[in-house]
Design a protein around this ligand. Structure first.
Ligand code: FAD
Ligand code: NA7
Length: 600
């Protein structure tokens, strides 16, 4: 078609283009063969955004449109992209806008109105931190939290895993066990109490759950005070900017938001063997179990398994841990085995290299009697045993399968259900973020989820630039002898730096408070791993002993500051404490020298 010469024709063409721009949220003037146009169209496809492409090369008056576009936008080339009536530009500019977040802002519709600025799915550690921070920054925020009952019907209140079925009840029950040991020690220190000491599960359970109830209430009040709209309903995406919220009675309500944060956490995994969901419990049931679990089999050797097995044994129960391969996969194996040995020495039985095959009910009751059949992983041996309670602790699955992520276009790792994000916790869909336990390759810890949620809100709404730092995160496993660590395991350090480039300093020690009761002599252990190529900077910190969390926290801060062995040596210890051991370690592992501690 020849170029349009007359004014009327040109005005009509301009109106036609303007109408196209006005009526399409995303419009791409394109040419079907152009690789840059394909790239841009693919981007929108990936973002699950409907993109209307006007293929100029397939239209009779395509070149006239291109000329008019030049007049209207100053750009002759394709692709020529418009979002919500805003001219973006070509391929490079569109990709850049995607990286900068401008695209999502425009797609999110500065022009469109949503019910909320931010909807957070999941009111656990991460979700609550993020929603409160965003509301403090003046945004209109909704948080949805809904607990799907366990197969046995256990459910709980607002606050997520940590408060209800994780850190809080776990630490309180660990403390119950620690007090039991302290009572035995107390006699050696001269305390006289003649009556037989016994533990009452129900009293502990009620006290712990009352405290949890107060935390649930506190969270509700905090959300109300900060003007976060809390809804007790299950959320799932039905469109990239729209969710369906279904409450306990099945009532459905729809909400839209410019942005979303996914913080749905994880739930315990089951074994998929006969009897597991019918007769076994998980940590989700244990902390509110109405009756004492009695003789217990713990299946799995995760930190959850060892912590629960540890405190149950500390309450005086008969506990067996069934281990498929190793203890505490992912943690320093030297430390994991020492923590395990201590448990074994204090009465916990370990059934190693076995996996369960079926669980049958022998007798109902509170607790009842269960028969467990297991098979060896390296022989034909079959184990059969009777227990009152079977606690499954074989890992946790991310709650990402039933929240409509396909409708929103969010990528999930199909193998483990985890969500990959960039270093700003942004998913592949620019207006959807994810934090906490559901993240691919990140720490599954409460303070990490909180930090990520808070900083994300500040970046989104306050111009913050700080990102969550996932390196050198200190943590503690609350086994009977507690294990605190920060940085690399010995295995990982060897792999990263090579044997020749690391120096390990270690020592056994005997806490003063253990000496009078004369227990666990030289069972506590400290170890640091140093990078010889970098002034013996400490890259791994490991502590097995009392109050591990308290000890590790401070050294974690020192590692953030890049502490070296020399600086540790120059630090004056606090005497008499366990933590001081790190200021006096002289024996290297490579020397094979004696590391037992005698005297103070
Ligand atoms: P969560 O706290 O799990 O919160 C997710 C919330 O979202 C839940 O309430 C869930 O019901 C809700 N939800 C899920 N899907 C939907 C939906 N579609 N709609 C609405 N709501 C939904 N960490 C530590 O730092 N220290 C410890 O000592 C420690 N001990 C632990 C002990 C145990 C036994 C367990 C299981 C965990 C422990 N953790 C510990 C880990 C810690 O609890 C988690 O890392 C933390 O809770 C993760 O926070 P989150 O916000 O990602 O998810
Ligand atoms: P983990 O650390 O993945 O632990 C799962 C545990 O359960 C582990 O000991 C597994 O043994 C064991 N397991 C898994 N499947 C089975 C079956 N079928 N039978 C017996 N035992 C089994 O899970 P968590 O969720 O507790 O920990 C998550 C993270 O927190 C983890 O990354 C840590 O860094 C901290 P395996 O070793 O695989 O033989």
């Amino acid at each position: 078609m020849p170029p349009i010469e007359n004014d009327t024709g040109r005005a009509e063409l301009k109106t036609r283009i303007q109408q196209l721009i006005d009526s399409n949220p995303v419009l791409v003037f394109s040419k079907s063969y152009c690789p840059f146009c394909v790239k841009v169209k693919d981007l929108f496809k990936e973002l699950n955004v409907i993109c209307n492409a006007v293929e100029l090369d397939l239209m009779a008056d395509g070149s006239n449109l291109q000329d008019m576009l030049m007049e209207m936008t100053g750009q002759k080339t394709v692709p020529n992209v418009f979002i919500n009536k805003t001219h973006i530009g070509g391929c490079d500019k569109t990709l850049q806008a995607h990286r900068d977040g401008l695209l999502q802002q425009l797609l999110g519709g500065e022009n469109e109105t949503y019910d909320y600025d931010l909807i957070v799915i999941g009111g656990g550690s991460g979700g609550l931190a993020c929603s409160k921070e965003a509301a403090l920054l003046g945004k209109k925020v909704m948080v949805l939290d809904y607990v799907v009952p366990t197969p046995l019907g256990t459910t709980w209140g607002l606050g997520g895993t940590c408060v209800n079925v994780g850190c809080i009840p776990k630490k309180l029950m660990h403390q119950t066990a620690v007090l039991g040991t302290a009572m035995q020690d107390a006699r050696k220190f001269g305390w006289e109490f003649s009556e037989a000491v016994k533990h009452n599960w129900e009293t502990m359970k009620t006290a712990v759950n009352n405290y949890i109830g107060s935390l649930n209430w506190g969270y509700r009040v905090a959300l109300r005070d900060k003007n976060v709209n809390y809804v007790n309903a299950y959320a799932e995406f039905i469109e990239p900017h729209k969710i369906k919220a279904t409450n306990r009675r099945g009532k459905e309500v729809f909400h839209t938001a410019a942005r979303f944060v996914l913080a749905t956490g994880e739930r315990p995994r089951y074994l998929g063997i006969p009897g597991d969901k019918e007769y076994c419990i998980t940590s989700d049931d244990l902390f509110s179990l109405p009756h004492c679990p009695g003789k217990t089999l713990v299946i799995g050797a995760s930190y959850v398994a060892l912590e629960c097995g540890g405190f149950l044994a500390g309450l005086g129960l008969d506990v067996t841990v069934m281990v498929r391969s190793i203890l505490l996969r992912g943690f320093d194996q030297d430390m994991a085995n020492r923590a395990g040995e201590h448990m074994e020495e204090h009465g916990v039985k370990f059934l190693r290299k076995f996996v369960p095959v079926k669980v049958e009910e022998l007798e109902k009751g509170t607790p009842g009697r269960l028969k467990v059949t297991a098979k060896s992983t390296d022989s034909d041996e079959i184990f059969e045993g009777e227990f009152n309670t079977v606690l499954i602790a074989v890992g946790r699955d991310a709650c990402t399968g039933k929240i409509g992520l396909d409708k929103a276009g969010v990528h999930v790792n199909a193998k483990n259900g985890k969500i990959p994000v960039n270093d700003e916790e942004q998913t592949n869909v620019p207006h959807i973020y994810a934090i906490g336990d559901i993240l691919e390759g990140k720490w599954e810890l409460t303070p990490v989820a909180i930090q990520a949620g808070k900083l994300l809100a500040r970046r989104l709404y306050k111009g913050g630039t700080l990102k969550c730092d996932y390196v050198n995160v200190p943590t503690t496993v609350f086994t009977p002898l507690e294990y605190g660590c920060c940085g690399l395991s010995e295995e990982k350090a060897l792999e990263l730096y090579g044997q020749d480039n690391i120096e390990i300093y270690h020592s056994l020690f005997w806490p003063l408070e253990f000496t009078v009761p004369n227990r666990d002599n030289n069972k506590c252990y400290s170890k640091i791993i140093c990078n010889k190529l970098d002034s013996e900077r400490v890259v791994g910190f490991h502590y097995l002993g009392p109050n591990a969390g308290e000890v590790t926290q401070g050294y974690g801060a020192a590692m953030k500051c890049g502490i070296t062995k020399e600086q540790l040596d120059n630090t004056v210890g606090i005497h008499p404490t366990c933590a001081e051991i790190f200021t006096t370690m002289e024996v290297t592992k490579s020397s094979g020298g004696d590391i037992s501690q005698a005297g103070c």
